[in-house]
Design a protein around this ligand. Structure first.
Ligand code: ADP
Length: 187
């Protein structure tokens, strides 16, 4: 079983690339953002708990996303691998993921980080806001908060995975195809 992780700030293009890569390599794409939005549209209890946090650009509780990830992994025992997108987002989540995979005899193979600067994050999200109509894309204070949250809570994972020798970076300022080719060469 292979476990890949796509890493990067909001708007880096993780979701776009993950869909293409999942198709090419027959990986199960797990986006915690998509899973949470599904819970919200189903009006589940979990969705209700997550909605206000997501709309404000804050992270949802670690325990909630960790449980979703565990369900996805255990619900798909026959796939050749998984591609995580938007998870982990905190060191605690990364530790929980390592423990979860270790229990199942696995480990993260590679973390592929898509590098874009904050100015491009704004530009990309503004463009996406018109297409996807996500509440958290619609307002510049919320976008700023998501970028701040990324730097504070998520960026420490760079060192976490570098220390394990699993961290690879690619430049995210290019066409979808250019970035796809760069990631493919790492997988
Ligand atoms: P983006 O990468 O553009 O921010 P996502 O769909 O990955 O979009 O995430 C949207 C929101 O969902 C996040 O701002 C956060 O509120 C919530 N979320 C997604 N993944 C996680 C996670 N691993 N931990 C906590 N919250 C998460």
């Amino acid at each position: 079983m292979k476990y890949y992780l796509l890493f990067g700030p909001p708007g880096a293009g993780k979701g776009t690339q993950a869909k293409l890569l999942a198709d090419k390599y027959n990986l199960r794409h797990i986006s915690t953002g998509d899973l949470l939005r599904r819970e919200i549209s189903n009006k589940s209890e979990l969705g209700l708990a997550a909605k206000a946090l997501m709309d404000a650009g804050n992270l949802v509780d670690d325990s909630i996303v960790e449980k979703m990830i565990e369900n996805e992994i255990d619900g798909n025992p026959t796939v050749p691998g998984f591609l995580f997108d938007g998870f982990p987002r905190t060191v605690a989540q990364a530790e929980a993921l390592d423990a979860l995979l270790e229990k199942r005899g696995g480990a993260i193979d590679k973390v592929i980080s898509i590098i874009i600067d904050d100015a491009l994050v704004y530009e990309r999200i503004a463009h996406r806001a018109a297409v996807e109509k996500r509440k958290d894309d619609s307002n510049s204070d919320i976008i700023k908060n998501r970028i701040k949250t990324y730097h504070q809570m998520t960026e420490p994972l760079v060192d976490y995975y570098k220390d394990k020798g699993k961290y690879f970076e690619i430049e995210g300022d290019g066409t979808i195809e250019e970035i796809f080719n760069k990631i493919s060469s790492l997988i």
